[in-house]
Design a protein around this ligand. Structure first.
Ligand SMILES: Cc1cc2nc3c(=O)[nH]c(=O)nc-3n(C[C@H](O)[C@H](O)[C@H](O)COP(=O)(O)OP(=O)(O)OC[C@H]3O[C@@H](n4cnc5c(N)ncnc54)[C@H](O)[C@@H]3O)c2cc1C
Length: 449
């Protein structure tokens, strides 16, 4: 008889676990309290996230292959990270500077690119190149306590100027890690920069999917899960996880029913998981106690639909502005072609409290100053999405609190972008966590270490 797995949560983590486990021959049930799969990818009934896929995100690319939608994500050398630097000097004009990606193998593409990157002063580039050389030679090696320092402190110690931190590293940290330099650890910044810029050249590539996330991930995943015989129970909220001394014995639904299985995967945000656990699990196991210490970072997205041909596709990181990055995407067919510009700010709870009209004006002003030649006068339509719990905060010391997939209960596994994948809490982390859960269950089932 097939072994049964119950997965709670149908975001990318849960649906990846469901796809992988059903392919391995398990009888899978997936429950989610929402009326459709997708979790945080869904910003409203019609909008999904303005996602940018990075070349290093191998788990994401592998999931797209499984779903048959990889052709919607193509990396081109023309789409590159671009920085909008603040108005400088007497001229008072803002500069847009692109990150160079010379056609060289890693890490030489970054070393040469850095030498010609005019977003940093000559002195900052020199310090950085020296740091790379010293680290490469292990003389001295990177300090062991980087997880306990902020990225801001480490950059200062490494000789980066305040301008470099504010104009380049801070917007890059918001874009790659989801928060500013003072709110993330040096370790997560270094690990992410290393993955993007110092491994394969293709890992620094950027792609904006040419379709929405529903046809990209959610609709094909839904179809594949049904084809694989996965039982999908949407609009089904879990109220409690039931335990005896050693294992999970079942899942209590808010509607009153109870579900049981051989293996359980909780693919929920951490703040949704802890209320489902019995008090004694929280007091007895440091593994669960740690979850109560995790915190989240808010995000605000303003989507604007413009008639004007703003350059698209485009990813622009914004220094010392209310928003931290914007993504431009062309939408529709030739006659009613329009540009969608999505502006995102992370780690700014103050912005979430502002009225829509004020945020709309801020966003339009940003587009006008970023693309003065486009002559943007107004938006045809707009949507504002406030997410108080968008990303896991990865401040100094957080890594030790992020749980591995295997819990102290042998039949319970945790998935989610916030678990211990070593990555910032992004799509890639969510998808990887789902794959790791499937592998861990298979290894336990077959008794392989
Ligand atoms: C504004 C914003 C921009 C982002 N931009 C990017 C980007 O450009 N690139 C990138 O890689 N990532 C980005 N992300 C991050 C990405 O959205 C997340 O990492 C990913 O969607 C998390 O997936 P998940 O499965 O871990 O969690 P979730 O998507 O939160 O899934 C959890 C699921 O659990 C369900 N659930 C909760 N409680 C219960 C319960 N009691 N019973 C049953 N079900 C329950 C929820 O309904 C939900 O479907 C962004 C996020 C935000 C908010």
């Amino acid at each position: 008889m097939k072994r049964q797995v119950l997965i709670i949560g149908g975001g990318l983590a849960g649906l990846t676990a469901a796809l992988r486990l059903s392919a391995q021959g398990y009888a899978v049930t997936l429950v989610d309290q929402g009326s459709e799969l997708g979790g945080r990818l869904l910003q409203s009934d019609t909008e999904t996230l303005p996602v940018v896929v990075l070349g290093y995100q191998q788990a994401t690319l592998s999931l797209l292959q499984t779903l048959g939608t990889a052709s919607h994500v193509s990396f081109s050398n023309r789409l590159r990270l671009e920085f909008r630097l603040p108005d400088s000097g007497a001229s008072g004009t803002a500069r847009r500077v692109r990150w160079p990606r010379p056609l060289l193998p890693a890490p030489f593409h970054t070393i040469l690119g850095l030498a010609f990157f005019h977003g940093l002063s000559r002195r900052d580039r020199w310090h950085l190149l020296m740091l790379l050389e010293r680290t490469w030679e292990g003389d001295p090696p990177l300090p062991a306590d980087l997880e306990h320092r902020t990225a801001a402190a480490w950059l200062t110690e490494s000789g980066q100027s305040t301008d470099a931190a504010n104009h380049v590293w801070n917007p890059l940290a918001h874009f790659l890690v989801g928060n500013g330099l003072t709110n993330i650890s040096a370790a997560i910044l270094i690990a992410t920069l290393t993955r993007c810029f110092l491994t394969a050249r293709r890992h620094a590539g950027l792609a904006i999917p040419d379709c929405d996330l529903r046809p990209l991930f959610l609709e094909p995943a839904h179809e594949k899960l049904l084809q694989a015989g996965v039982l999908l129970r949407l609009d089904t909220a879990v109220e409690h996880l039931r335990f005896d001394a050693h294992r999970i014995t079942g899942v209590q639904l808010r509607s009153g029913g109870m579900l049981t299985a051989d293996w359980y995967v909780a693919a929920l945000p951490h703040r949704h998981l802890t209320p489902l656990l019995p008090e004694r699990a929280l007091t007895r196991f440091a593994y669960f106690q740690h979850l109560t210490k995790l915190t989240d970072t808010p995000a605000l997205t303003v989507h604007l639909w413009l008639n004007q041909p703003v350059p698209a596709p485009h990813v622009l990181l914004l220094a010392e502005r209310p928003f931290h990055w914007l993504v431009c995407r062309a939408e529709g067919e030739s006659a009613d072609r329009q540009t969608r510009v999505s502006l995102t700010a992370t780690g700014r709870p103050d912005l979430l409290a502002r009225p829509d009209q004020e945020l709309l004006e801020l966003a339009l002003k940003e587009v006008v100053t970023a693309f003065p030649s486009a002559g943007v006068a107004g938006a045809k339509d707009y949507r504002i999405v406030r997410q108080p719990h968008a990303f896991l905060s990865t401040g100094a010391g957080t890594a030790a609190l992020r749980p591995l997939q295997q819990s102290p209960f042998p039949n319970l596994f945790l998935a989610g972008d916030w678990t211990d994948t070593g990555l910032p809490a992004t799509l890639e982390s969510a998808i990887l966590s789902g794959t790791l859960c499937a592998k861990a269950i298979q290894a336990k089932q077959t008794g392989t270490p």
